[in-house]
Write a protein that binds this ligand. Structure first.
Ligand SMILES: [Zn+2]
Ligand SMILES: [Zn+2]
Ligand SMILES: [Zn+2]
Length: 460
């Protein structure tokens, strides 16, 4: 039995066999509903802009159980490919009963999941993506899209990254694959601009000497009789070809002469060459990239592994993700104790010539300064948790205030400092996502610990 209940001017609900689906034509209608009580959504607008907003609002809902709910489009509307990959298909409103089985299957799987607590922003997105694949029993198959700067749109996970963050998105998928939660199958290679990571590139041949694209190709002519080889233009005499060396007419290709190769000449610097260079112009930012400067990335097709499925149902996901065993309630080290350990480390470096690093992490934010003491303490704990999730077992963290942290990284060489980049990226993201102010800048200073260092120099 189909039942259309008119709630207000725009919002309507379809109740079928006790399941309720919300018809949504504008994102504002979602704000009037208790979303957790619904069994799914049907986009009901021909506006692609509105559809995109609705998809984004639902899929990035803070409540995982809402974010994963079945989401369809009314079959009378057609969504472009980059939006189509983000929904569960189209439905005919007169035949809702034939979709109920699928809706129930997805909702049953959703109810078996438990959202992880206290994990970093990045890990939470990874968890949600695995959960998305699990509830749909599907693969993560990206679709070509001119809307995406990297040329591909991934179901679900793409909604959590800005268009300019394609490289970070791929990096995040690479990490999950490295943990064996997803299997990887190569789908494509993409090449991205070195400055903006865009892939709308125009490839042209150029002069290898001056990089000008104003070059011309000429056939080379080999005169059999006298063995002279020169560009065709040197043989051109009005309407016919004449050898500049022996003055004979060239009549038949293959009998008098042949064209063994091509030679290029540059109209800017007159350089002549056989192998032209290649440049690719980025249409988005105007940067000329040499081929070797382009970022090559792999585009994969991913599937949830058995390990990934197990991970979804682990009770304390935080500890399994951070295999280094930093537990959340382990608070950071008291600053005085930290200074003592740092002092010892300086002595150890002096005695052993060891390689260790000290890092300080700071950020300024006027909104956060206004928080009360308890809120600042909670924030400090959350930020400490994120920092720790990227540290090695032997690293030591201390915090002086909610916006000032110190790290001691013993037995670490310069090329092992990538964990600081991860911290930088994830902290900026956490702050930028949660604060209305412009992009948040995290200030990380790194110092190699030297045997002759004085401890007070580190805390200026
Ligand atoms: Zn560019
Ligand atoms: Zn000749
Ligand atoms: Zn040139």
């Amino acid at each position: 039995m189909l039942n259309l209940v008119r709630h207000n001017d725009n919002s309507r609900k379809i109740i079928q066999d006790g399941y309720s689906l919300l018809l949504v034509s504008h994102v504002s209608e979602l704000k009037k509903e208790e979303l957790t009580l619904l069994d799914g959504f049907i986009i009901n607008t021909d506006s692609h802009v509105f559809s995109k907003e609705i998809i984004k609002e639902i899929r990035t809902d803070a409540n995982l159980k809402v974010a994963l709910k079945p989401l369809f489009v009314n079959s009378i509307y057609h969504l472009p490919k980059h939006l189509q990959v983000q929904i569960d298909g189209s439905v005919e409103l007169t035949m809702i009963s034939s979709y109920i089985q699928r809706i129930v299957a997805i909702n049953n799987r959703i109810s078996s999941l438990e959202e992880p607590k206290l994990v970093s922003h990045e890990v939470l997105i990874q968890y949600k993506t695995l959960a998305y694949l699990y509830t749909r029993n599907t693969r993560l198959t990206p679709a070509h899209s001119r809307e995406s700067l990297i040329g591909y749109e991934f179901p679900f996970i793409s909604l959590f990254f800005k268009n300019t963050e394609g490289v970070q998105l791929l990096e995040s998928l690479r990490k999950v694959t490295e943990k064996n939660y997803l299997s990887f199958k190569l789908q494509d290679y993409i090449h991205l601009c070195k400055s903006c990571s865009g892939n709308y590139l125009n490839f042209r041949e150029c002069c290898p000497k001056c990089d000008s694209i104003d070059i011309a190709a000429h056939d080379m002519i080999h005169h059999f009789v006298c063995a002279h080889v020169a560009p065709e233009k040197d043989f051109k005499k009005e309407e016919h070809l004449e050898c500049p060396k022996c003055d004979k007419h060239l009549r038949h290709i293959g009998i008098d002469y042949d064209k063994p190769s091509t030679i290029y000449s540059c109209n800017s610097c007159s350089h002549e060459f056989q192998n032209p260079g290649m440049l690719s112009l980025c249409f988005d930012c105007g940067t000329e990239n040499k081929l070797e400067e382009l970022l090559q990335k792999t585009i994969g097709n991913y599937a949830l592994t058995q390990m990934g499925e197990q991970f979804l149902f682990k009770r304390n996901t935080d500890q399994t993700l951070n295999k280094n065993g930093h537990s959340e309630n382990l608070s950071s080290l008291n600053i005085n104790l930290f200074k003592l350990l740092l002092d010892q480390e300086i002595k150890r470096v002096k005695a052993t010539n060891g390689n260790s690093f000290f890092a300080s992490i700071k950020f300024q934010n006027s909104q956060l300064q206004l928080l009360n003491k308890t809120a600042k303490k909670a924030l400090m704990k959350e930020i400490g948790g994120i920092i720790k999730s990227y540290l090695k077992d032997t690293d030591i963290l201390s915090s002086e205030s909610f916006n000032r942290y110190y790290l001691l990284l013993p037995e670490t060489t310069k090329n092992q400092l990538v964990r600081l980049e991860n911290i930088d990226y994830n902290l900026s993201k956490l702050l930028s996502d949660n604060l209305v102010e412009e992009q948040q800048k995290i200030d990380i200073t790194i110092q190699q610990i030297k045997g002759k260092d004085l401890i007070q120099n580190y805390f200026s």
